[in-house]
Design a protein around this ligand. Structure first.
Ligand SMILES: [Cu+2]
Length: 660
């Protein structure tokens, strides 16, 4: 009924642009990088899929060059200014040479949300019983960049996934990294889960601008299940949602926002169940929320794109959606990456009547759906919408609509909390069937059952927990001005401070390799955050104290906002809570970042480091010997350090080595 109303409105309002429909066609798209147009001409047409770049013996090195045209950045590979889908197999070595050709870093500053920490916040008076607050500072955009392989179970040590220190300098501006080009060599473990991963820049303070400008791309790690799907005639499709602006708290009403409010028939936002008033808060220092639990105005809506083409807010005509065709009777694997800087997705497939169409979830965050022993799930169809936070991935099997019918793929509105951004309902794609062909390749068979999938994190739930911690997300808006906010993630324990991430500071948490910990990640703010940890996948045991029957294995999890939503009295606030179980294997020892993946929050301080100390060094605690920098042949300039007298690392483990 709801959709019937929408269709009536569409047909009756076709002369107006109330649905934010546009004339966009992507007709003139030229993806070739030239001297005149470093990032090509135009933007991809709806229905474009990024090209695959297989890594194999013939072409073992992927060259990614970051180029700039105005406020746009692009990864250029093989002369094409569209981030390739990098495809590797389990056990492969992935070699990526990253070159920085950013020519005008100052232009990127314009992409950042207005009014964010142009100057440091003032000092905050001490209050008994609550954590003291250390104000943050502004981060200048310098144009340095580097590469993070999100979700990869490889060490945080150069030349693998070291992101805290290694970087490449722009073509213009101050040289801080000492190099324009560097090479990453990732040894993809044979037991790293097959699935969807991704790459993006990770220089602290610069992530938001560079991602908004266009820097992100997908990586598919293939395994035995992919061979079985190939044999069964089930192709995969890679969908990347990106975000092109972050208005955040900016007090500018957009046309889209005004229209969205006026739209009848649009589903009410999905709201994560707020924590109960009695949500347990372990005794000790609390987060002061009397002034800090602010709400922001809700007038702006950020633009997002699907595979580079703009997405229309609210109800949209079929012509304004990404067209996806499927031969009737066939099945496809959709691999979906939310590469938005802070937009949540709540994905569902629907038929023309608005009834959800079941899909079969294969993997989340690159990890196949398995039990703790690595036994595969049953591929049971589900019609439930899938909440995908920024940086999250979901992979699912879609069966084609019957001839004469079509499906809509859409993202429901999401209630991100009173301090969060407006996330309206958006239609992403229209799926139409093609008639059978007579070439026999119709894939009528049921999809092959997935095989067992074991990884470093198989058996995690069965392991004994060595230690529990409470880690709190907090914000401190400049008093009287909700637009200037410091962001924090801090272990909540006696003596703790709310301090923004400091590149030169010690690790927030130190654990011995092999440790198994349970963290309660708390949210003391009025907006959703997305907790992400590099290197590892964790099991989510409970949300707001409610145990999950099948704890999912994720690398990014949504943490519900504090409740009740409008309370600013410290005594009454119950933080949102997620309990996760984490294993820190020896193979991943080093400095592992954890942070909010709403990257504006990360850039402004909501990040920390857990140092995983390899065996034989535990007696030295977190003592790190600084040994300076080294030029690794074929890799570039990397930081060198060692734990006490123990194993030397071919790369960074300590942010304290960062150049000032
Ligand atoms: Cu956040």
């Amino acid at each position: 009924m709801r959709f019937l109303i929408l269709f009536l409105l569409i047909c009756c309002a076709s002369t107006t642009s109330w649905a934010d429909a546009d004339e966009y066609a992507g007709m003139a798209w030229q993806p070739y990088s030239t001297a005149q147009h470093p990032c090509g001409i135009g933007i991809p047409p709806r229905g474009d899929f990024p090209h695959d770049r297989w890594v194999n013996a013939r072409r073992p090195v992927v060259r990614l060059t970051v180029r700039q045209e105005g406020t746009r950045l692009c990864y250029v590979a093989d002369g094409i200014a569209e981030a390739p889908v990098i495809r590797v197999r389990q056990g492969d070595t992935l070699t990526i040479t990253l070159r920085n050709e950013i020519t005008d870093p100052a232009l990127l500053e314009a992409l950042l949300p207005a009014g964010k920490l142009a100057s440091p916040n003032g000092s905050v008076p001490h209050q008994a019983g609550v954590m003291d607050i250390v104000p943050g500072t502004a981060h200048a955009v310098t144009g340095r960049t580097n590469l993070h392989v999100h979700g990869f179970s490889v060490p945080p040590v150069a030349p693998q996934d070291e992101v805290l220190m290694g970087c490449v300098d722009p073509a213009a501006g101050t040289a801080l990294c000492g190099q324009r080009e560097m090479t990453y060599r990732y040894n993809v473990p044979t037991n790293m889960s097959p699935g969807l991963y991704w790459y993006h820049p990770h220089v602290h303070g610069e992530v938001t601008a560079q991602m908004l400008a266009g820097l992100s791309g997908a990586i598919v790690v293939e395994g035995a299940d992919d061979k079985a799907r190939d044999a069964a005639g089930i192709p995969d499709r890679v969908f990347i949602v990106r975000q092109e602006q972050d208005t955040d708290a900016k007090a500018v009403a957009t046309k889209a926002a005004a229209k969205m409010v006026a739209l009848p028939g649009v589903k009410m936002p999905v709201t994560l169940v707020p924590p109960p008033a009695g949500n347990s808060v372990v005794a000790g220092l609390r987060v002061d929320t009397r002034h800090e639990l602010g709400c922001s105005n809700k007038t702006a809506v950020d633009e997002i794109s699907l595979n580079g083409a703009p997405v229309v807010d609210g109800a949209a005509k079929d012509a304004d959606l990404t067209p996806v065709t499927m031969t009737a009777g066939t099945t496809q694997l959709w691999r979906v990456l939310n590469a938005a800087t802070d937009a949540f997705l709540d994905l569902v497939l629907m038929d023309e009547t608005g009834k959800p169409v079941p899909v079969r979830i294969v993997a989340r965050d690159g990890a196949p759906v398995t039990d703790d022993a690595g036994r595969p799930g049953a591929l049971t169809p589900t019609a439930d919408a899938q909440l995908v936070p920024p940086a999250g991935r979901v992979e699912f099997l879609v069966s084609a609509p019957a001839l004469g019918h079509k499906y809509y793929w859409l993202s429901h509105a999401v209630d991100t909390g009173c301090a969060g951004d407006v996330v309206p309902e958006r239609r992403l794609a229209v799926v139409t069937p093609l008639p059978y062909t007579d070439d026999g390749d119709q894939g009528h068979a049921a999809p092959p059952a997935p095989g067992a999938s074991s990884s470093l994190f198989t058996g995690l739930l069965a392991r004994k927990t060595d230690r529990e911690r409470i880690v709190a997300f907090a914000e401190y808006p400049r008093p009287g001005d909700a637009d200037q906010t410091d962001f924090y993630i801090t272990e909540r324990r006696p003596g703790a401070l709310l301090r923004p991430f400091d590149m030169l500071g010690p690790p927030a948490i130190t654990v011995p390799a092999g440790a198994v910990e349970e963290w309660v990640v708390e949210n003391w703010t009025n907006e959703l955050h997305a907790f992400h940890m590099h290197q590892v996948h964790f099991r989510v045991l409970s949300v707001n104290g409610k145990a999950l029957a099948d704890p999912p294995l994720l690398d990014t999890v949504t943490v519900p906002a504090a409740g009740p939503a409008d309370v600013t009295s410290a005594a009454q606030v119950a933080p949102g809570q997620v309990r996760i179980k984490i294993y820190f294997p020896e193979a991943l020892a080093g400095d592992i970042p954890f942070h909010c993946h709403l990257v504006d929050h990360e850039d402004n301080g909501m990040m920390g480091v857990v140092r995983v100390v390899p065996h034989g060094n535990a007696e030295r605690g977190d003592g790190v010997e600084k040994t300076g920098w080294s030029d690794l042949p074929g890799v570039g300039r990397v930081p060198i350090c060692r734990f006490g007298a123990g194993r030397a690392w071919a790369g960074a483990a300590s942010a304290s080595l960062a150049p000032r």
